[in-house]
Design a protein around this ligand. Sequence first.
Ligand code: GCU
Length: 633
Amino acid sequence: MLGRGWRRLTIAMVALAWPACAATPSPDATPALTMPHPVLAAGDMRQHLDLSGVWHYSIDPYRTGDAGFHGGDPGASQRRYADIDVAQQMRDHPSALYEFDMARAPTATLPSSWLTHSPDMRHYQGLVWYQRHFTVDPKPGEREFLRFGAANYRAQIYLNGKRVGEHEGGFTTFAFEVTGLLRKGDNQITVGVDSARAPEDLPPPVTDWETYGGLTRAVTLVTTPATYVDNAWVRLSRDGRIAVSAHLDGKAAGDLPVTFRIPALGLALPGKTDGNGDWSTTVAAPAALKRWSPDSPTLYDVQIAAGDDVWKDRVGFRTIAVRGHDILLNGKPIFLRGIALHEEEFGGNPTRAITPEAARALLSEVKDGLHGNYVRLAHYPHSEVMTRMADKLGLIVWSEIPIYWMVDFKNPEVLAKAQHMLAEEIERDRDRASIIIWSVGNETPITPARNHFLSTLAAEAHSLDDSRLVSAALLVDRGSENGKTVFNINDPLIPSLDVMAVNTYNGWYSEDPLPSLADFVWRSPYDKPLIFSELGAAAKAGFHDPTRSHKFSEEFQADYYKYTLAMASRIPFLRGMSPWVLKDFRSPRRQHPVYQQGWNRKGLVSPTGVRKEAFGVLAGYYAKIAAEGGAAH
Ligand code: GCU
């Protein structure tokens, strides 16, 4: 049946005022879930003007473009977003004072973090203003939207000097309608992006990865008809029927004839929206339908024709479920042969610019290099470029929101923020067959407030999407019994989850002799599958130690994998793993001057893709599992 979430979703959406903003709940209530609006589902597939390219930028570390020196509105001398030609103003009014000029400010090519705009930007954190001009000829009866792939961490958007909206969260896609604000010919867009985060933000200030501030994903101007398909969800329901849900936005959205099509299957399904512009239906899957899987990542062009609009996407059809200790893909048990990765391209000076080529390079190393079928896209929603590439190449995905370490779990406004971020993540990617798990947390300290926070998010994820599994990366108690080291999986959050996931680093963050790892015992009272969401050790590529005993040597890392995998192969309820991590990634926490230099070195490959000895250990382990049918480990 169709997810409860869809009805709740459309009610919430129809009721929503806009621009999108997180409701501010009363302090004692579990906050109401605010939904992104507009969603512009599959907005990257719509007709759009791509605003990637050269932008001017101006740093503003004291946020003078935000507020005056005693608070209040910024003075005219500081308003980067003003719709003026500063040089001309100063020529016309020599006594006028301007302490900015975006038209003559330095330039950078976006999307890209600002860390690579120039050497002196490498460690900049704070507010940066971006501005560019573009030319359009708006057509009567059309609607225009500014769509942002991501802006890390807070963004404020102006068009032709008028404030359009603001957004919080560095990793989710958002959009604002600008119909009527555009002018024929030249237009000016200004975006203020502030990378600073407070303890009540998500993630909190302390993480283990670089804060790549800026406009790190594409900015586009999307055009739709006056009434358009704003949200759509196309999937295979658990009983094997094709399920379609759509929400139309616009004056003609109610009681409108619509047609769902899969041209390659000759399927055309007529219908009609209700008074709210909603339509949901199911249909038996045509016999010719080929299900999506890593071995056969079949994608279909799908369409929803509605009045003047034709919504399009490319989707795969598959089912995912758990049964006891097993994870079932299309009804068959599967072992997730994975690896974790941050959103960071190969190269010596990454800037979090994930092009299709960068995504293919990373994911091909997983699929072809490691013989993998799974990736944990950590620790935040990755670019839609990456999730679409996973659909295309055939890699199963764990997607997560950055509920990481010391979150302010007692604060209902933080919960509301997390709920909104979860909804933005699910709304953007619900049509991606590759994604099977929504994760709601990573290594969060166990308290009653954290349990309430995460169990609320887990329930919201199930409510928004009843077709996928919910998990969280947990920690476990270490004990000993009769001289054996024993790990008991007993996190109180587990009853809220479909899949248990644990990060484990014995032998790296401990001094256990590596051969002893193989005898460690894992216990779980739950009839649920376990994934090792992290395991790993660091090595500096090219650093060798013939004694194989020195941490940071390739030999130590390889032996860590050898003995940890021997331990894993003895856990009867383990159904997958995503070792930490595919590639070394930037982290300000990692400052050993010889082995780290600001990089987390737990990668199986170096920043430029040089494979370390451990790469072959994991690849061999996965090749054997694949050769034996892919279910047992
Ligand atoms: C933690 C955390 C990662 C971190 C890793 C490490 O488990 O989830 O974000 O990078 O361990 O210590 O390298």
